[in-house]
Design a protein around this ligand. Structure first.
Ligand code: PHE
Ligand code: CO
Length: 296
């Protein structure tokens, strides 16, 4: 969930420098290059960490059939990542052959500018560290399990891969236009918490859900207080989100092509307009909106 930070590069560096004890941001930034890239140092992971990864992986895999979209499940299985924390280099080669994306290792959250630059160049930043066993169910900052397990499989889909690259370019543009808050909401509600409608029913493609122990089931349970509504771009850009609870709104797409086509137009008019409009709360349901997961 890399766009959680809304600070400039300079602010970000100041935060990291001040908190050299690692209290604020986890991860070792001391060896990062100018693009915040580090080496994964795969040999340094302990057997306990690999075992924790296997537990996380198995827990998710027991939940995902019939809930995650086929694109995710098929790519994940082809990646052979069940046995331990994967070697980024190997996965990166596989990914590059499929869609021209690569994986770069990063120490943790990175500044927005850097994040957008990576995406715009078809590089996906993946955090190197793994959560502790105490964080099995809940983690505040993205770790290697969230970033790799949740995000990388979707990048094997050509349309989704192109969408994320355009998102990166759109991020660089939004920084110029004062549209970062709006664009971050779109990322949140699609890349992190998106659902897709299929002939078999709603399925998950958002990494924040796919890597979560509880939300996989919650988001597809009828009758909760959350709504499941069709994605409208301007509506989504203007909707606040919760970072410390299950989502109160899930936006549903009909296809990845729809997502790509809907986000391809120039967002400048949206940003201009939304500057003078108050954002909608996360639990808004507008009069014309239809709940897509009816109570059974
Ligand atoms: N089309 C958007 C713009 O012009 C950029 C964008 C692409 C945003 C894809 C999100 C996803 O700003
Ligand atoms: Co994420």
């Amino acid at each position: 969930m890399n766009t959680v930070t809304t600070v400039s590069n300079a602010d970000f560096l100041a935060t990291v420098a001040e908190k050299s004890d690692g209290a604020a941001l986890r991860g070792d930034y001391s060896k990062a290059d100018a693009h915040y890239v580090v080496s994964q140092d795969w040999a340094a992971y302990t057997e306990e960490e690999h075992a924790l990864w296997r537990r996380l992986y198995q827990r998710q895999m027991a939940l995902l059939p019939g809930r995650a979209c086929d694109e995710f499940i098929d790519a994940l299985q082809a990646m052979n990542a069940a046995d331990g924390i994967p070697e980024f280099e190997k996965a990166s080669q596989q990914l590059f052959a499929a869609t021209g994306w690569t994986i770069v290792a990063v120490p943790g959250l990175i500044p927005e500018l850097t994040f957008f630059e990576h995406l715009a160049n078809r590089r996906f930043p993946v955090t190197v560290w793994l959560r502790t066993p105490e964080e099995f169910n809940y983690i505040v900052e993205p770790d290697v399990f969230h970033d790799f397990f949740g995000h990388v499989p979707m990048l094997f889909n050509p349309v989704f891969a192109d969408f994320i690259q355009l998102y990166g370019k759109g991020g660089l543009k939004a920084m110029q236009l004062g549209g970062l808050d709006q664009l971050a909401r779109l990322y949140w509600y699609t890349v992190e918490f998106g659902l897709i409608n299929t002939p078999q029913g709603l399925r998950i493609y958002g990494a924040g859900i796919l890597s979560s122990g509880g939300e996989v089931e919650y988001c597809l349970t009828p009758g909760t207080s959350s709504r499941h509504i069709h994605l409208e771009i301007e509506r989504c850009l203007n909707t606040l989100y919760k970072i410390d609870s299950y989502q109160e709104t899930y936006f549903v797409i009909d296809s990845f092509q729809e997502l790509f086509d809907g986000t391809a137009p120039d967002f400048t008019p949206y940003y201009d307009k939304l500057k003078s409009v108050s954002p909608l709360s996360a639990n808004t349901l507008l009069p014309h909106e239809v709940e897509l997961l009816p109570a059974q």
